[in-house]
Design a protein around this ligand. Structure first.
Ligand SMILES: [Zn+2]
Length: 411
């Protein structure tokens, strides 16, 4: 594998961006389509056979000596959020391309076919729905839901599909089957600070955390800030603040399980300097890889609501917005990845993934694993997102050794 060639790949792909700060390559736009066509060309040059499925996923196949055996697949995405960095998703795709090029250079053949998959619409930035491509591939896409999706300019997903030569009514045909795959492994940037802080090169993902989300309404009384004595107030903001702090305390209690709790939205009304806040609205996101641990934080939230309601005479109610289930990575693949790192002499650690990835859908289809490489300062979804070429090459080394072990090299 060649680091200079890998660096050049990143430079070339980064040219496919719409105006704005950082990378702007939103799902199903012309820019993303052009990037996809560029990637298809590069994968073909590396000797792979490439097709695009009914969801716009790119599936590139490197034939095996036994073509009927299930494929060993890797991949990620090249669509981005607004003002993104250069590495989220692209790391897994360009490292896979570099691996395929190196196999061609060295004339290496495998028994099982290999696949590089570029998943469509991983990011929710455009349509408010994430991992559409991998959901389609794994038969987890709800047709009624996809028909309702529009972007902020009012463009429907259906229309975006048409612009890509796709038909949303046919998206179910993208579904693939369990026996087509031996394994799927996604390499991705960590998007958090842990690997860098621990000075470890590779994260082997044990499980992908999933969020449960709530909307909390805190209703007090909007009063004059000058004429209402402190002991006559029903301040919604202060009630909400106590609830937010209770979520933090409960999540800290669960530190050992990696569960996290966040109040990311907190708005008050009427929002004037001389008025005691009458209404506070909070959006709470609690996520983890352990359902039991996550549930304990939810219970602490419910208790805090009860306590604050009584102590401050506020009217508080909460509604669940969504609840998803954490996804475990395949145990045998995790062990395999560990032994590959050991054999390569590369420092590794097991860790959960706090963010969602295409791998969590693929896990419903076949044995699935994930490899993380470090993110500088833990930054992601940010133009300053950075992973060094040296770090990416270490990831490439692990992924390549893993793919060859799974697919079995032949002479
Ligand atoms: Zn990503």
């Amino acid at each position: 594998m060649k680091m200079d060639r890998l660096r050049l790949s990143f430079e070339e792909l980064a040219k496919f961006t719409d105006k704005g700060e950082g990378i702007n390559r939103l799902a199903y736009t012309k820019m993303e389509r052009d990037a996809r066509l560029y990637m298809i060309e590069q994968l073909k040059l590396a000797g792979l056979t490439v097709r695009t499925d009914y969801a716009g996923n790119v599936i590139a196949r490197r034939e095996g000596a036994a073509p009927d055996l299930p494929v060993v697949a890797t991949g990620s995405h090249i669509d981005s959020v607004y003002a993104a960095g250069e590495f989220d998703g692209t790391a897994g795709v360009l490292v896979a391309l570099e691996i395929m090029r190196s196999l061609a250079d060295e004339g290496i053949a495998t028994l099982h076919p290999l696949e590089v998959i570029i998943f469509a619409c991983e990011e929710s930035a455009r349509f408010g729905a994430s991992t559409l491509g991998s959901k389609a591939m794994t038969g987890r896409l709800d047709p009624a839901y996809t028909r309702s999706l529009t972007d902020k300019n009012g463009v429907t997903l259906m229309h975006a599909f048409e612009e890509n030569g796709l038909d949303l009514e046919e998206v179910h045909l993208a579904k693939r089957f369990r026996d087509e795959f031996k394994a799927f492994v996604e390499l991705h940037v960590e998007q958090g600070p842990v690997l860098e802080k621990q000075d470890v090169s590779i994260g082997i993902v044990s499980a992908i955390a999933a969020p449960i989300r709530f909307h909390v309404h805190v209703e007090g009384t909007a009063d004059h800030s000058g004429t209402t004595p402190m002991d006559y107030r029903h301040d919604a903001l202060l009630g909400g603040a106590e609830i937010a702090l209770a979520v933090e305390r409960a999540a800290i209690e669960e530190l050992a399980h990696g569960t996290v709790g966040t109040v990311g939205v907190f708005s008050i009304q009427p929002g004037a300097m001389n008025v005691v806040p009458g209404l506070a609205e909070l959006d709470v996101d609690i996520r983890g890889t352990s359902l039991e641990s996550r549930q304990r934080v939810v219970e602490a939230l419910e208790k805090a609501i009860d306590d604050v309601k009584k102590a401050r005479c506020l009217n508080i109610w909460m509604e669940e917005i969504s609840s998803e289930t954490p996804v475990q990575m395949d145990n045998a693949l995790v062990k395999d990845l560990e032994s590959v790192c050991e054999a390569q002499g590369i420092a590794w650690m097991k860790m959960p993934s706090g963010a969602g990835h295409d791998a969590m859908n693929m896990a419903s289809l076949c044995p699935t694993g994930m490899i993380f490489v470090p993110s500088k300062d833990g930054l992601s979804h940010n133009p300053a997102e950075f992973t060094s070429m040296e770090q990416l090459m270490e990831g490439a080394q692990v992924l390549r050794a893993f793919l060859l072990k799974q697919a079995q090299t032949v002479d």
